[in-house]
Write a protein that binds this ligand. Sequence first.
Ligand code: AFP
Length: 299
Amino acid sequence: MVITLREYLDKTGAGEQLKDLIVLIARQAVPIREAFLHNQSYAKSFNASGEQQAALDEWSDRHITKVLEASGLVAELASEEQPDIVRFPGARAEYAVVMDPLDGSSLIQVNLAVGTIVGIYESGGVLQKGENLKAAMYMLYGPMTVLTLTVGEGVYIFALNEESEYILLSGLVQMPEGKLYGSGGLRTEWTDAHAFCIDTIEHDGAKLRYSGSFVADFHQILKYGGVYCYPALKEKKGGKLRLLFEAIPIGFIAAQAGGAISNGAGNLLGVQPSSVHQRTPLYVGSKGLIRRMEELLRE
Ligand code: AFP
């Protein structure tokens, strides 16, 4: 039996406004996909983290921001592509959204999978611990467009069909213990502790898979098990990935699928963000492997 995104949401405890917001955001995969063709280049601008924006980064950011403002459902938004928190004082609901509108943008020009990452808090603004999220989702633009979603009742994966309708692909996804791994940062930049950790799991048979798109790399860890990491580097103690836009929503999904996310020392979902563009070292994947890596990092 075919189950649509809306039908699935109607069976959950999510409130009407949250369901509307999720469906609205998920639908933006259609215009974003269409925009790929005309936004292949780099823009002249740099984001708040000093990285050059792709034209599609800018386009997706502007597009989703406009849609969220018009919805009247979102009071506060933090985007990887905007320097400050954006407030919509006219909103009739209190939702706060954190997003990376186009994650993995260096892969746009080589046509590898990239995605849109979103986290939704019910109220209280965007600077909150990940464990407070009400919902998290990502749309992955690969050969198929898939939506991975949690409203705190497990993880469900949907595929966008030819009528631009999301159809349930798999439900109550459980992340297995697995042997894939990918680590960001150059080996020469890794700390001794992280290098020891990677040497050890490689010795135990871990197999390298790393594309440069966090959302795509995480999706295969979700399905096959293993670990994605972007560690603290010798010269950059915070690593590269952003706590709000990347780590928190993906970590919430991982935890809902029975996996875990750590900053190397403990659960990253318990970390209180202090600024919008804060970076964090990150290890996300199969629970047993994450615990093992925390132990190895301590040794
Ligand atoms: P953006 O393309 O959205 O800036 O993010 C890319 C990213 O944050 C993440 O998606 C990748 O896993 C990581 O950077 C890749 O970084 P390296 O190029 O250092 O491997």
